[in-house]
Each structure stands twice: as structure tokens, then as C-alpha cells.
Design a protein around this ligand. Structure first.
Ligand code: HEM
Length: 284
């Protein structure tokens, strides 16, 4: 959950660019972010994060039952950018984002936004309304090109903050030997009994809900998978660039572009005039 990252990491993006969620959500899955190429200061814009997965996908819950997936995301905006205040968000976006609660990563990091867990089937696209900063009022901000980093996840993680593994993991054999018995226990767990070459018996329990892929008489090596990988989710990260654009630069460029256009037109007119003079001179 994003809260695990908030509690465990002051900066969700490590120096090597890895986003904290990846430490516990081990599978890699795609994510996308769409945002404008450039924004003017003090304007609200939307960054849309897409977390695609098959809606048929079912994952194993903590209690071994199957259910749909939830999604969550973290968006690391440039310094000074922050979540747009409610009164500046358009009705349309509010309507689209019903039930989506976006919050700052921490009290001091308003430029990092987190969301989730929320129902994945209805939120494969999450819209972040963002307010751009104004260099006129905030001297630390400059008109520059900045990166936006995003990490987004669907499905349960593999490791708890305590370091314990979740049941959303493949179970591998902790012993070597031959399977002599596979029993389903009262609580739905599966107990695999193995005997090694010295005749020692060992038992290994497999949590409820995982599908066992070994059968009686199989010879098992150490660390060989005993179950299918139950994890249907995964985490992904990507980035985009955004230009904080100075409005006077835009005006300046328009004036420049028109000045080039008019100069070209005047050249053509001058040439036509010169040709007329040449033609007139020829007649004498
Ligand atoms: C569950 C997102 C960081 C461990 C989830 C879920 C989401 C999510 C959406 C619910 C999945 C579902 O129910 O289908 C994120 C995001 C993170 C992040 C966006 C980063 C900002 C972490 C970290 C850890 C972690 C750092 C480990 C320390 C887990 C575990 C679960 C989980 C173990 C399953 C909990 C359970 O159902 O018992 N996460 N997570 N997550 N996350 Fe994360």
C-alpha cells in the first residue's frame, strides 16, 4: 500500500530512480502517464495515469479467497507543483474522479501525490489535477523543462513492511526429496510430505488458495516451485517531461514568427517590383 511507502521511505524515489513500491511489488507490469507537453504558470492541468490489466484477473487474498484487484499510484511532480485545490478543479474531472482520494506524500512533500488502494476495475485510469507554480511569486521556481515520475501498481504486494512474505507468492520447496503425501488440512492449507535419501520425513505447509503443481512420487529439488505463481498484479514506473512555459516567451515567439513571415512577404513584393523595373528598362 502507498502508506507502507510513506512510512518506510522519506523519498519514494531512490537515487537510482527506483520507486519504493517496487521493493515489495516484485512483478513488473506496464504503466503510462499522459500530461501536457507544456504548461503556463499558476494553471491547473491533468496528468492521467493508466494502470492496465485484464479485468478477468483474479488474485488471492490474505484469507486464500479470490477477488478482483485494487490499484494505487504515486506521482512525483517537480518542486513547486502540487495537487490543484478543489475550487479550481473542473466539474467534469470531479465527476470522473469520484471516490478517488489523492493526497500529498507527506506534510513537507506537497509535490509528491499518492492514491490508493482503490478498486482497479473502475480506476484503470486515474486523473491527477495539478496546479503549476508561478516563478513570479516563488523565486525557487524557474521556467524550465522538468521530469514527472510516476509509479503505479495493481494487485497485492509480495513482502510486508516487517519483511514477512505475503501469501501472494510462489511457494518453493525448502527440502530436497520425494513427495510421499499431499493432504488438504481442515483450514484449506495443503501439507506436502517429503522424504529425503536418508529416509528423513519433512512436511511443508502451503497456504490456502495456491494451486499445487507437484504430485505424489515427484522428486523435488531444493527451491523448486511447489505452486503456481499466484501473483497476477505488478508494479511499473515511467516518466514524462513537462515545460513550465513563460507566457512572455510564447508572445515573443509569436511576434518573431510573424516578423519572419512579413519579412518573407516583403522580399517577394520587392522582387516583383524589381522585376517590373527591369521589364520597363528593357523597353527603352
Ligand atoms: C497492497 C500499492 C508500496 C506491500 C497494495 C495494494 C495497492 C498497493 C494498490 C492493494 C492491492 C490489491 O488489494 O489488489 C502500492 C503503491 C506503493 C506501494 C502505489 C508505493 C507508493 C508498498 C511497499 C510495500 C508494499 C513499500 C512493502 C513494504 C504491499 C503488500 C500488500 C500491498 C504486502 C498486500 C497487503 C495485503 O493484502 O495483505 N499495494 N504499494 N506496498 N502492498 Fe503496496
Amino acid at each position: 500500500y502507498p502508506i507502507y511507502a510513506q512510512q518506510g521511505y522519506t523519498n519514494p524515489r531512490a537515487a537510482n530512480g527506483r520507486i519504493a513500491c517496487a521493493n515489495c511489488h516484485l512483478a513488473e507490469k506496464p504503466v503510462q502517464i499522459e500530461s501536457p507537453k507544456a504548461v503556463l504558470p499558476n494553471k491547473v492541468f491533468e496528468a492521467a495515469v493508466k494502470i492496465p490489466y485484464s479485468k478477468d484477473a483474479k488474485q488471492i487474498l490474505g484469507n486464500g479467497q479470490l477477488s478482483g484487484l485494487n490499484v494505487g499510484a504515486v506521482v512525483i511532480l517537480p518542486e513547486g507543483f502540487k495537487l490543484a485545490p478543489n475550487n479550481l478543479i473542473s466539474k467534469e474531472i470531479k465527476e470522473k474522479s469520484k471516490g478517488v482520494f489523492i493526497s500529498p506524500y507527506s506534510a513537507t512533500q506537497e509535490n509528491i501525490l499518492v492514491v490508493g488502494p482503490i478498486a482497479g476495475d473502475t480506476h484503470q485510469e486515474i486523473i491527477f489535477p495539478v496546479l503549476s507554480p508561478d516563478p513570479a511569486t516563488n523565486k525557487k521556481i524557474n521556467f524550465l523543462k522538468y521530469p514527472i515520475y510516476v509509479g503505479a501498481n495493481r494487485g497485492r504486494g509480495q513482502i510486508y513492511p516487517t519483511g514477512e512474505k505475503s501469501n501472494n507468492n510462489i511457494v518453493t520447496s525448502s527440502f530436497e526429496g520425494q513427495v510421499i503425501d499431499i493432504q488438504t488440512l481442515a483450514k484449506g492449507e495443503t501439507e506436502v510430505t517429503m522424504v529425503n535419501s536418508k529416509g528423513n520425513e519433512t512436511k511443508q505447509n502451503i497456504p490456502k488458495g495456491l494451486s499445487v503443481v507437484v504430485s505424489k512420487k515427484d522428486n523435488i529439488k531444493l527451491d523448486q516451485p511447489l505452486t503456481k505463481d499466484p501473483n497476477v498484479g505488478g508494479f511499473g514506473q515511467t516518466d514524462v517531461e513537462i515545460v513550465l512555459q513563460d507566457p512572455s516567451r510564447v508572445v515573443g515567439f509569436i511576434i518573431f514568427a510573424f516578423s519572419v513571415l512579413f519579412t518573407q512577404i516583403f522580399f517577394v513584393i520587392k522582387k516583383k517590383q524589381f522585376e517590373k523595373v527591369q521589364a520597363a528598362e528593357l523597353k527603352f
